[in-house]
Design a protein around this ligand. Sequence first.
Ligand code: G6P
Length: 739
Amino acid sequence: MRYGALILGVIVLLVFGFMPLTSVVIDQWSRRDVELRSRLLFSSMRDQVTTALANDDETALSNLFNRLAEDERLLAVTYCDENGVMRYPSKNFPRNISCNDLARSDRPNFSTITNDGRQIYVAAFPLSTEARKGHLAILHDLSFVDRRAREVRFYWVLAIFVVGIGISLLAAAFMFLLLRQWLTSVRQTLLDARKGTLPPDGNGAPPILGAEIQKLVRDLKANRQSSDTSIQIDWSPETLQKLIAEELPGTQVIAVSNREPYIHNKTEDGASLQIPASGLVTALEPVMRACGGTWIAHGSGTADRETVDSDDRIPVPPDEPSYTLRRVWLTEEEQDGYYYGMANEGLWPLCHISFVRPSFRESNWSIYQQVNERFADAVAAEARAPDPIVLVQDYHFATLPAMIRKRLPRATIITFWHIPWPNSETFGICPWREEIIRGLLGSSILGFHTRFHCNNFLETVDRFIESRIDRENASVTLEEHESLIRPYPISIDWPPAAMKGQKPVEDCRRIVRERLGIGQNTRIAIGVERFDYTKGVLDRMHAVDDFLTRHPEWIGRFVLVQVAAPTRTKLESYRRLQEEAIELAGLINEKHGDGSYQPIMLIIRHHEPREVFELFRGADICVVSSLHDGMNLVAKEFVAARDDDQGVLILSQFAGASRELAAALLINPYDSYGTAEIFQQALTMPEEQQRERMQLMRAQVRERNVYRWAAQMLVDASRLRNHQRILDLAQESRSGGSH
Ligand code: G6P
């Protein structure tokens, strides 16, 4: 409609804009026409008139002039002598025009005079004989000019309308086609966005609309950013901060974990700083740096007490503080009962299928709960408002969520279980299964790495306690309190802080080999973990033995560098594992090695993240052979370290990471024959294939980084808080109405 009116407007403008011009053009054109006619006429009769004038033949001249004046446009012809006397005028010569009205000069002269309301065009030509001097005047009636102008105007308007309407129809057809194409692109963009395959910049849209589509993608991202993390957003500290500012303005974030992110230990020169080998710390630390707030953890370092203030707080990271670490002190007895006993001898082996028998002692359980109470007190003491967001971490705090809920009923408690959750039959072994489930259900949201673990948890709840389970919404309601059970696959910072200042891969390869005394042409498989029986360290050593037995051509050209950080060494199972690993490495080295070559290099000490990344960059293969693992962030760190797109990741199918990193070479670590063959495949993999696999995995880890993990939980928390606010308002208005 609007489009039609616009076209009409343009046509009217054209018609009236060009109309005066049309009249001027036609007027000039007609006058030139008449002038030409007059000149032609004059030249054609000049001789005849001259002869008749010379003979003073009045009859001949009158006849000639009358005959000429019969022409439709020619009005009259006359001759004016040198005295201004009109001679031989044709019959219809206007009476009120005299020779004085007609211009006379030595050259042909053309003028227009008005007579009786009409325009007359006068052409005067000097014409003399020996006896007589004078002018021949030819008069044309110009009324035909107006007629002609009217006709031209009519056809002009008609033409403009026809052409205008034609162009409009063509333009409408073109617009329709364009719109259809645009709608198709928009539809595709929305579908891609929903599927999560939306290119980050909207490239790939039809070129004619590329810019518009890109804008749409940006808008979509901006709009969805605050409400749905399934859409592809480049998650970073900045986008996470923006999310918090928009969705949870002014909300305090408190994290609770057993392991602290920064450990101060006494040294001869004072204190040294250690970043612990812990997947939990690797993931949560960058998130806390982005969110700010308080992280409450056990102060386990020998110099920890000396570095805190009077409230047991210390701003961290030490070089660029952005959040507060609040340390909680535990006695040796508390550590034995809560950390070593209940958490690591009970729950850890209970939740991991690694065939290490869990042991449960009543005294440990009791201390575990006491320590959880102490952390609940610390949370309440750190809370500045009644409704902070509390991020409870891991199996050390199964009973903490319900304890926090008692102290801060309005808090949003997000508990994340960093290890697997076993099936209900296995979990049923635990004597305090009911208390643990009830404790966890104090959470607003309970997160696991995979949906499989969420389902195991729901089954466990179903089997052991009386509650309402909503499977569609994946939630459990216990005593009027609803907890959402959700999968949030954990990840790492991108790019990881440890990548800062790393040398080029070629240099790392050389440096690592030089430092470890390995030949420059020797291929290295790297394994990096805590010395934990769930990591399958012994199994991978057996696989190396199998590999070198069946592929002896690699003897002397292949080394497994196994970096293992001592962990939980107070426990017999961990000490025994170390001894077994040292013994097994010795046996294999004896079997396949010689004085200068050892196929397994076991390095038992803690490595800082920068050293670990250098090893990743210097290696050809990374082996993650966990017997069971919630996620395993070493696999993701190896991928993040390889910005040269080279290197092969061998990954256990029993690690949560195998769900995401499908381009790795997947193994069953219990199958040493199969794993040995995978070593062979990895060592002979062409560079191009390594690149393709590595690029796929890098894209995956970059997009699904740890900021996305945190964002998913915080978005869900924000929805819950909004929902709660609405319920509170409804409650308020109800109680207001009843007064
Ligand atoms: C696993 C657990 C973490 C723990 C880490 C290191 O990743 O899920 O909670 O921090 O192991 O173990 P540690 O006992 O040294 O803290």
